[in-house]
Design a protein around this ligand. Structure first.
Ligand SMILES: [Zn+2]
Length: 219
């Protein structure tokens, strides 16, 4: 028996604007000053780096509200050291907002990771997926030993999170925060689409001690 996919046939362009009206009304009912307070500024303690997948919305799955998480999303929650978009978000979050935690959240069943495991061409995105193939290459022995393809993909999702956590630790932004005595932790999580639950991979870092010497940067 094949489970049904979530029905989106009722979602329309106009419907989003109607939905916004409803959101405003509901929020004002609970707190008439809700938007005034949000408009005064933000001080989120968390930076979330997640996948662009529509099924992994950062706020909903963590039961948080606007103003509580600073969010960056891209295909397969990648931290690529030449990505100016990601670096700008990270720099602003760490040095201006002074977040305490940066969390890379992957998810099982990630289309980007599954595509990167295969040999089919998808076009421009192949260049992005190359970074995931590099993660595979780093862990070829472990991954090739997993015969079940779905299990191998799940493990690659986890390893991709772990390597992107490491990539965060290698940035000057994170290492300078640590070198300056800042209280900043970097974490790796995985979300399950089928259960809705998040698993902490317990690969957190609070200093650059776990990095290979070549990646350790002086103050
Ligand atoms: Zn994904």
């Amino acid at each position: 028996m094949c489970a049904q996919i979530h029905d989106t046939s009722h979602i329309t362009y106009e419907g989003l604007l109607a939905g916004n009206e409803q959101f405003v009304q509901d929020a004002l009912k609970l707190d008439p000053q809700y938007f005034e307070k949000l408009a005064n500024g933000q001080k989120p303690p968390i930076l979330w780096i997640g996948c662009a997948d529509s099924r992994v919305p950062a706020n909903q799955i963590t039961n948080t509200a606007p103003g509580e998480i600073f969010v960056h999303r891209n295909i397969a929650n990648m931290v690529i050291h030449t990505d100016m978009n990601m670096l700008s978000v990270l720099d602003y979050a760490v040095n201006v907002l002074e977040v305490k935690h940066v969390i890379v959240t992957g998810h099982y069943g990630c289309g980007g990771v599954i595509a990167a495991m295969g040999n089919q061409q998808f076009g421009l995105i192949d260049n992005w997926l190359r970074h995931i193939k590099d993660v595979y290459r780093l862990h070829t022995d472990e991954l090739d030993a997993i015969s079940n393809e779905a299990e191998r993909a799940s493990r690659l999702v986890e390893l991709n999170v772990i390597e992107n956590v490491n990539n965060l630790c290698k940035t000057t932004i994170v290492q300078n925060a640590w070198n300056n005595g800042r209280n900043l932790s970097v974490h790796g999580w995985v979300y399950s689409l089928s259960s809705g639950k998040i698993t902490d991979l317990k690969v957190s870092h609070t200093n650059n001690g776990d990095l290979s010497d070549v990646f350790k940067l002086q103050k």
